[in-house]
Design a protein around this ligand. Structure first.
Ligand code: NAP
Ligand code: F7E
Length: 381
């Protein structure tokens, strides 16, 4: 991490300061007073769109990435420049929300103006299989970061603006439309953990006067959505079916209704929340809901397919407790932030299906040319 930071463009004109007894470059360059953001979960869907937005706005962006045995930076590859490049404004630091010490160290080094806390185990179904891990990362991980921030701002006296990535899943069983005043009724370990994180954030705002804004975002999707969330699973499978690469799509509950928007629109709302004079909570949604069945119909019909010939129900995709209907009321975000979604449901379906059709075409081209994907590192002799 230190090496990455030492190459940061802001260091070039930086003075030095004592750190752990050693003389090191000062990580904050007042001559280049561009805003500096720290993003947890930068390798995820939202992290990648948000980083694009912040870089466009002239920020220096620092992201926390997890060590993995394979590369996990695909979604931000196009934004990354070698840190030796004087134009580089995106810097990555190894860290994990399970490790409070590393979070403190990263905060000390980066000294951000704004923190966007997006990192999480974000899959609802998986949270039933890994409830303790989900609580540790999504709830306690948020607490670790808030504690690190409380201590670092206590010493520096600087106000750092913090965005907490809350979720419509926190509403769970509450009847639609859900707004900032709707009571939470979470229905999964993921949702319970997000409720805990939300209340930690609100409590730190009230107790310590910290600038913490809480987004309560309804489902938002894109071609960069993880492949096991239902929308991407549908568009990816429909595109492969269209090109004869697969025959069936196995799904769970088709009756669940969600308020689906485009992730690129939603990261703008995150940024807007941190530009307000006072921190607050905001629902971000389209105000419109559709069932999973409607998403399937829209995708298959756009690709000229009959969904009933291909979709089968697989009980293992049902959840122990389901969230039946989420539809948000985004009036407060519209009035106070001037935010409204640009991409409609139909445009979202087409955008994702077009992307996945192109991916399927590439796969088919390779297959038709006789290419057989090899085992990573080759097989045994
Ligand atoms: P995502 O694609 O699943 O990305 C999650 C990010 O968190 C990834 O960068 C992941 O890193 C990172 N992460 C996971 N565990 C971590 C750990 N232990 N330490 C550090 N980082 C860790 O999620 P998303 O859709 O972008 O969502 C962003 C945030 O908004 C999440 O907090 C999610 O719960 C919340 N949210 C999402 C939606 C939605 O519809 N997308 C709606 C409401 C709220 P790897 O790449 O290494 O896995
Ligand atoms: O499920 C149903 C499933 O996994 C949507 C996360 O970003 O949004 C996301 O959580 C619905 C559910 O998203 C399959 O039962 C049917 O009712 O795409 P999903 P989610 O659970 O709404 C919220 C706002 C977040 O905060 C989360 O981080 O689709 N469904 N069949 C299926 N779902 C999946 N995944 N796979 C199926 O085969």
């Amino acid at each position: 991490m230190w090496q990455t930071l030492a190459r940061c463009s802001a260091f070039k004109n930086g003075t030095s300061e004592k750190h752990d007894g050693a003389e090191v470059p000062q990580p904050f360059c007042y001559q280049h007073r561009m805003k500096r953001a720290l993003v947890t979960g930068i390798t995820g869907q939202d992290g990648s769109y948000l980083s694009e937005l912040l870089l466009q706005k002239g920020y220096e962006v620092h992201g926390i990435i997890r060590r993995a045995s394979t590369f996990n930076t695909d979604r931000i590859e196009h934004l990354y420049k070698d840190p030796h490049d004087p134009e580089a404004r995106l810097f990555l630091h190894y860290g994990d929300l399970a490790d409070g010490t590393c979070l403190r160290r990263i905060l000390e080094r980066v000294r951000p103006d704004e923190i966007y806390h997006l990192g999480a185990q974000s899959h609802v179904r998986v949270s039933f299989d890994e409830p303790e891990y989900t609580a540790d990362i999504d709830a306690t991980g948020t607490l670790r970061l808030l504690e690190a921030l409380r201590d670092s701002t206590g010493v520096s006296g600087k106000t750092v603006r913090f965005y907490q990535a809350g979720s419509s899943e926190m509403f769970g069983a509450a009847a639609p439309p859900q707004s900032e005043t709707t009571a939470f009724h979470p229905r999964s370990p993921y949702a319970v953990s997000k409720v805990a994180a939300h209340w930690y954030a609100v409590n730190y705002r009230e107790a310590y006067g910290m600038y913490i804004a809480c987004g309560i975002l309804f489902n938002h999707e894109s071609p960069r959505r993880g492949e096991t969330f239902v929308t991407r699973k549908i568009t990816r499978a429909a595109a492969r079916i269209k090109l004869g690469l697969q025959q069936k799509l196995f799904l769970g509950n088709l009756d669940a209704r969600r308020d689906w928007g485009f992730a690129g629109d939603y990261v703008e709302a995150m940024w807007l929340m941190l530009q307000q004079e006072r921190p607050d909570d905001f629902v971000v949604a389209t105000g419109e809901s559709h069932s999973v069945r409607e998403f399937v119909e829209a995708t298959f019909s756009y690709l000229g397919l009959d969904w009933k010939s291909h979709v089968e129900i697989e009980p293992r995709y049902f959840r122990p407790s389901e969230v039946d209907h989420l539809r948000g009321n985004p009036s407060k975000a519209r009035e106070r932030l001037g935010w409204s979604p640009r991409v409609t449901f139909e445009q979202l379906v087409r955008m994702m299906a077009d992307h996945d059709l192109e991916m399927a075409r590439q796969e088919k081209t390779l297959r038709d040319a006789g290419h057989v994907a090899g085992i990573r590192g080759g097989g045994r002799e």
